[in-house]
Design a protein around this ligand. Structure first.
Ligand SMILES: [Zn+2]
Ligand SMILES: [Zn+2]
Length: 751
């Protein structure tokens, strides 16, 4: 029989997913010889043996693929090679341009869970158990390709037993790069509030008991520390809010298991699947009305509950002991990245009573991902652990002429690198105004640059005061993309298309006329955009202050309608200001002092909330929108009046109608629902006008932070379906500024 040799190159998500052991086992089973190794572009295989068996092999690796593995391309050529007598896993090849997907972190698998709970297993209650199917990846990777000596596991030398598993094709830890056991792996420490190590013979029982006593624990997870406490204890949660200085923003809850989630929430099959997926994100669910959880303290004023299942061995061990849901929120200062090491935890020493950490270094801190379900598909609100870094192929393998870097926006920073036919996007980083977030941003930038390509062009937002804008200004070659165009571009990039009507609603983005845009409808292509519509401009009294104090936004609209007559009106929001402030604000309005012009949809949501709710200071992004979502009711579609004239959407008629309804005692929920209907109707009217004007139907893309509002998004899609308007929504990145870096890359691709 003739022996033949083939060289196979595979690209895709093939490192850190157990692909090499999978290949080796398969080849050995078929008595094929040769080797497999990681390369900078993916995986290389040399296969020698009977041609029919080689064909069977190729067929079976495509058919029996593990869900973690994703093959983008497979090239197979016959070669002349020296003769091999067995099949083995060869050392990684570090030549050539890197193209490999970065492996993401996986939730613990069933097999490992079973072992960890088996008192006869040598990894009984071992909180760092993992295998080729599960465990940390990106959070431990210092360099590529993915091998133990390029991860932070290199500080732990495998013991004899672990090595045997590593070399045994029979073991499911065959070539598991992060393999370890209690003998040779990392160690867990329980510490007091001053970070002194406590002697705890049974740490999980001790921690569970501490949770019962109302203690707040900083707990090291996959991508950093989280703060946990009993989700039934009102008092403890209030204490956590006070200590963390986080008065309102919802906390996520980690449930011990799916049964517990079903007990407290209404959870669909799709939501359950997403919760149980290997990426294990936080999923927004509707809590049951009579849940015993302290909902008013967990998620005040909003209709959702962010739920998550245990994903690391430590979570499983802890929740099995505790048996009840826990508050699960990242340990950080507001807007900063999740804290990943004990030294940084010192910054929040006053927040926790106990700390659980270990001596395994987190190479890249990364937050949990946050999703909801829209159109029966996962809809991202924050893309982090389990999903990012994210590699997206360009349409039709179109190549970047030179590597480009997309520096993103500012508040929800991400960074992207475009090279060859790939667009690589980082996880959510944070608010780049913070030094810590900027450090993580720069660290990620270095990682991308040193492993993939040195960018030739830097692309940034047009906002002159964004740090990323200044960074690009300092580079040799730079390009600047208008914010709302970049949102539209990000959507086009996700779908690989080249024209959409971009309906981009957000808080603020620097407009081409120097004003703050945020309610824009554009006809966008990769190279340019045609401005079609925006909200009618209004003034932000006191600039940034108006974002914190939404009563100022309503006041500004009321000044437009009634000038000084507003002070006779009976609206609770007006009580927010004293007499001096009232006078001063009218001065600002009249004389255009410190009152930038905006067309922001986010601010319009704020103003509407102030018609119905007592005034307050906003403490997190989208707070007013979430409250309005909670008051949406199911009534027939019934928009308020508004007017579209030239390229402006005039909405003051709607405000007048809402004020009148309120005065006539019509229930706030009805008015709020009709407000959502009105926005949907505005979108539809504008889109239909564009169809007519362009004499064709063009897909509509919905982007911008306002489309994190599920009620608005779902009501819009419902009407789109009824009126047969084709649309696209985000599936890979969030609609907020986390998608801007991808949009910038797409701009660079067509430049
Ligand atoms: Zn496993
Ligand atoms: Zn070991």
């Amino acid at each position: 029989m003739m022996k033949k040799s083939f060289q196979i190159h595979i690209q895709g998500k093939v490192q850190g997913v157990g692909f090499r052991p999978f290949i080796a086992k398969n080849a050995q089973k078929r008595k094929l010889c040769g080797f497999v190794r990681n390369s900078m572009s993916g995986v290389e295989i040399l296969l020698q043996g009977d041609e029919q068996e080689i064909e069977n092999f190729l067929y079976s690796i495509k058919k029996d693929l593990h869900p973690h593995i994703q093959i983008d391309s497979l090239e197979c050529v016959e070669v002349n090679a020296k003769e091999y007598h067995c099949f083995f896993i060869e050392k990684s090849n570090q030549e050539s341009q890197s193209l490999v997907h970065i492996p993401t972190d996986y939730a613990m698998c069933e097999r490992c869970l079973k072992e960890m709970l088996d008192c006869n297993n040598r990894r009984f209650k071992y909180p760092f158990i993992s295998c080729t199917d599960c465990g940390s990846r990106w959070s431990l990777i210092q360099h590529l390709p993915y091998d133990r000596h390029r991860t932070t596991m290199r500080y732990f030398e495998m013991c004899q037993k672990c090595l045997e598993e590593y070399h045994s094709a029979e073991s499911f830890r065959f070539h598991s790069q992060i393999n370890s056991c209690p003998e040779c792996g990392p160690t867990l420490f329980v510490r007091d509030s001053q970070n002194n190590i406590l002697n705890t013979p049974n740490p999980f029982a001790f921690l569970a008991e501490s949770l019962r006593q109302g203690k707040i624990i900083a707990c090291k997870g996959v991508g950093g520390f989280t703060l946990i406490c009993d989700a039934h204890s009102k008092k403890t949660i209030q204490c956590l809010r006070k200590r963390k200085r986080r008065p309102q923003k919802p906390f996520a809850v980690m449930f011990p298991n799916l049964e517990s989630i079903r007990e407290h929430t209404n959870c669909s099959v799709i939501q359950e699947e997403l919760l149980q997926s290997t990426a294990a994100p936080i999923v927004l669910l509707k809590p049951k009305r009579h849940t015993s959880l302290a909902m008013m303290d967990i998620s005040p004023k909003t209709p959702y509950l962010g739920a998550i299942l245990p994903y690391s061995p430590l979570h499983h061990l802890l929740l099995r002991e505790f048996g009840n849901p826990i508050i699960f929120t990242s340990a950080n200062l507001s807007g900063e990245p999740i804290i990943a090491c004990l030294e940084d935890l010192n910054k929040i020493l006053d927040v926790y009573d106990l700390c659980v950490d270990d001596n395994r270094i987190i190479a890249h801190s990364i937050d949990d991902s946050l999703f909801t379900i829209v159109d029966e598909k996962p809809y991202p609100l924050r893309v982090g652990r389990g999903f990012a870094p994210l590699m997206i192929s360009t349409p039709d393998q179109k190549k970047f002429t030179k590597p480009v870097m997309g520096l993103g926006a500012e508040q929800k920073g991400t960074i992207g690198l475009g090279f060859l036919d790939k667009m690589l996007v980082s996880p959510y980083i944070g608010d780049l105004k913070n030094v810590e977030s900027m450090n993580l941003f720069l660290q990620t930038k270095d990682f991308f640059t040193s492993h993939y390509a040195e960018p030739d062009i830097f692309i940034a937002d047009k906002h002159p005061s964004y740090r990323t804008h200044k960074m690009a200004k300092g580079a040799k070659n730079s390009l600047f993309v208008q914010h709302h165009h970049a949102h539209s571009l990000a959507l086009m990039a996700e779908y690989g298309i080249q024209e959409i009507i971009g309906v981009v609603f957000d808080g603020s983005g620097f407009g081409d006329d120097g004003n703050i845009w945020g309610g824009e409808i554009l006809l966008a292509t990769p190279k340019k955009y045609k401005y079609y519509f925006s909200l009618q401009p209004f003034k932000l009294l006191g600039g940034e202050r108006a974002i914190q104090e939404p009563a100022r936004v309503l006041l500004s609209l009321l000044f437009m309608l009634y000038q000084e007559g507003v002070w006779d009106m009976d609206i609770p929001a007006l009580s927010f200001f004293n007499e001096t402030q009232k006078k001063a604000l009218y001065q600002l309005y009249q004389k255009d002092l410190n009152s930038p012009i905006t067309t922001s949809m986010g601010r319009l949501f704020d103003a509407v909330a102030m018609i119905f709710y007592p005034p307050f200071e906003v403490t997190y992004d989208g707070e007013c929108g979430l409250m309005l979502e909670g008051d949406y009711v199911d009534i027939p579609f019934n928009p308020y009046p508004f007017e579209i004239n030239k390229n402006k959407i005039y909405f003051l008629d709607m405000i007048v109608a809402m004020l009148r309804d309120r005065q006539q005692g019509i229930e706030a929920k009805i008015s709020i629902t009709r407000f959502f209907h009105t926005i949907v109707e505005m979108i539809v009217k504008c889109v239909e006008y564009i169809f007519e004007n362009e004499e064709r139907v063009i897909p509509v893309g919905l982007s911008g932070g306002v489309f994190c509002n599920q009620v608005l998004l779902k009501s819009t899609l419902q009407i789109f379906k009824q009126r047969k308007i084709p649309y696209i929504i985000h599936q890979k990145l969030p609609s907020n500024d986390g998608c801007i870096s991808l949009g910038q890359l797409y701009f660079g691709l067509f430049k």
